[in-house]
Design a protein around this ligand. Structure first.
Ligand SMILES: C[S@@+](CC[C@H](N)C(=O)[O-])C[C@H]1O[C@@H](n2cnc3c(N)ncnc32)[C@H](O)[C@@H]1O
Length: 240
């Protein structure tokens, strides 16, 4: 039986309009019961429809198996909701336009596309799934059209990504297991030893927040429950 609440894949494997429509209807019923009608509408718009105006499809939840990822520490792909991302950045006082943004586990690029509204100097996406790397590059190209954007999408394990010393905004949306997060935090610290600077860690659905707090970072923004998605793990921004 399909579980409409948990983030299991499945939709992408479904064949035929009828099966997909039935699944979508049941998912909407589940969400409405869980979050109420208004929040469900906001959630669907923010997660599934927002990018339709750019003809970019970021939707869907995909399991590591569906993504050809053998790495056991990988979480499912799902895009960030634009409300969640914007609420966070709007509420933090930081010079985004003088900063470089990196998304660890960038998926199809939702957060990078949303970050362009804040005019970062440079954007980096790090992604383990070859399928998503490809989608992400195509989505960004489609989104920017003829505009110039300084960005790169790197296909590797986040744990192996060596952090350049201009990167100062680190974004995570529940991408991987604590062991990978620890390695990324180690790499951030190495990069700070090379060149000390002010950084911000944006952590959405922060299930392993304690790992970041243990390193002495201080919370500069938090919401315990996302008011629209109703995820209860919280969204946080931390600074050094
Ligand atoms: C929840 S999605 C977040 C997508 C995107 N950051 C966003 O906000 O829309 C998590 C992503 O992390 C990727 N991922 C999982 N483990 C990874 C790893 N070790 N290195 C790089 N990416 C990884 C997954 O393939 C997935 O695309």
């Amino acid at each position: 039986m399909t579980d409409f609440g948990t983030k299991k894949g499945g939709y992408t494997q479904m064949k035929g309009f009828r099966q997909k429509a039935e699944y979508a209807l049941n998912r909407v019923r589940f969400l409405t019961k869980q979050r109420g009608v208004i929040n469900t509408c906001k959630f669907i718009y923010s997660r599934y429809l927002y990018f339709f105006k750019y003809r970019i499809n970021l939707a869907g939840v995909m399991t590591p198996q569906e993504l050809n990822i053998q790495n056991k520490g990988a979480c499912n792909y799902e895009p960030i909701a634009h409300y969640t991302f914007n609420r966070m950045l709007k509420n933090i006082n930081f010079c985004w336009h003088e900063s470089t943004f990196v998304d660890f586990g960038c998926g199809k690029g939702a957060a990078i596309l949303l970050a362009t509204r804040y005019n970062f100097k440079r954007y980096i996406g790090v992604e383990l799934s070859p399928l998503l790397v490809d989608d992400c590059r195509k989505n960004i190209q489609k989104f920017i059209g003829n505009r110039v954007l300084d960005y790169k999408i790197v296909h590797c394990n986040a744990a192996d990504y060596l952090i350049e010393d201009d990167v100062n905004v680190f974004y995570f949306f529940n991408p991987f297991a604590p062991s990978v997060l620890k390695s990324v935090l180690d790499n951030i610290e190495l990069s700070l030893i090379k060149r000390h600077r002010k950084i911000i860690i944006l952590y959405c659905n922060g299930v392993d927040l304690s790992l970041i707090l243990d390193r002495g970072y201080k919370i500069v923004y938090s919401e315990d429950v996302d008011p629209i998605t109703r995820y209860s793990c919280g969204n946080y921004a931390l600074g050094n």
